[in-house]
Design a binder for this molecule. Structure first.
Ligand code: A3P
Length: 294
């Protein structure tokens, strides 16, 4: 895969990997599409669950909810093993039932999953809050992950097809919407936050796990933002892998967990520009964007 590096007119630094016209993170492990081919051909088991989420939309929140429901415990499970960012064999070696993650656009997911095997769960979030969340996270990173520069620069970059976290949110979301299969469930970040219990019930039903209401209430309590943030520090050991990114060897995933943080960051002109492109892209791609974005 080719790595493209460039500086925009404000001198912000950008880099991404390009393969067959698609954008990938520079941390994508593949070379010449080999890993993509292996992922596409991966053998899927009936009880596999993939948490496939656009970065900063609630991957950890969703993954940990799924893990509590599947394990029948309230344990915190940290970061999912990611199909495209970690060694291929890690998932092969996992005991069943396996739950793993990915930020890949749907066209690159395992063929067997696309044909209905296993389950796929995703969560969508207001893209303005995604940019804010991502900007704050990468600013804390010790090393360059694909963008270094101003907030204005990242807002503009986000609206392009070459955005460094697996391409444009718009076309990524379009891919996901096209899936539209009974083995895929889509949640909405904003609704998950406001109506957590009913979403936990929905997830339990989709995962076909049998728990009483008391346990589902306990899960609801244990996936609160403050609880997950605390558990991330208490229970996740500092790892060499993440030391590349952060001093304490843990990913700085949990910042505020709020809806509408963009209102504190976007200027009026950034917001107008974003809304204009959003409107055009939604019309061009025929996006449903059923979520309620505030
Ligand atoms: P913020 O940066 O806005 O706080 P991901 O896991 O995909 O990287 O997403 C991280 C975002 O999800 C962070 O957003 C994080 O705080 C938020 N998040 C995680 N758990 C949450 C929860 N229980 N409630 C609300 N937001 C949560």
């Amino acid at each position: 895969m080719e790595v493209i590096t460039f500086y925009d007119e404000e001198n912000n630094k950008h880099a991404y990997k390009k393969y067959k016209g698609y954008t990938f993170s520079i941390d994508f492990l593949g070379n010449d599409g080999e890993l993509l081919e292996k992922i596409a051909q991966r053998t899927i088991k009936d009880d596999d669950v993939l948490v496939n989420v656009y970065p900063k939309s609630g991957t950890h929140w969703l993954y940990n909810t799924v893990m509590m429901l599947r394990s029948g415990t309230l344990d915190y499970h940290g970061t999912p093993t990611m199909m495209e960012l970690q060694d291929f064999n890690l998932i092969e070696e996992m005991p069943s039932p396996r739950t793993f993650g990915s930020h890949l656009r749907c066209r690159f997911l395992p063929e067997q999953m696309k044909n209905g095997k296993g389950k796929v769960i995703t969560i969508t979030r207001n893209p303005k809050d995604i940019v804010v969340s991502l900007y704050h996270m990468i600013r804390q990173f010790k090393r360059f992950v694909g963008y270094e520069g101003t907030f204005d620069g990242i807002v503009k970059y986000f609206l392009t097809e070459q955005f460094f976290t697996f391409g444009s949110w718009f076309s990524w979301t379009k891919d996901m919407e096209e899936w539209n299969s009974p083995n895929c469930l889509t949640l909405c970040f904003e609704d998950f936050k406001k109506n957590t219990f009913s979403n936990v019930v929905k997830l339990a039903k989709f995962l076909e796990v049998d728990h009483d209401e008391k346990f589902l209430q306990l899960v609801t309590e244990n996936i609160r933002f403050e609880k997950l943030k605390e558990n991330h520090i208490i229970t996740v050991p500092s790892s060499e892998k993440w030391k590349e990114f952060s001093e304490d060897g843990r990913l700085p995933i949990y910042r505020k967990g709020q809806i509408g943080e963009w209102k504190h960051m976007f200027t009026v002109s950034q917001n107008e520009m974003f809304d204009k492109v959003f409107k055009e892209k939604v019309a061009e791609l025929g996006l449903k964007t059923e979520c309620c974005f505030e």
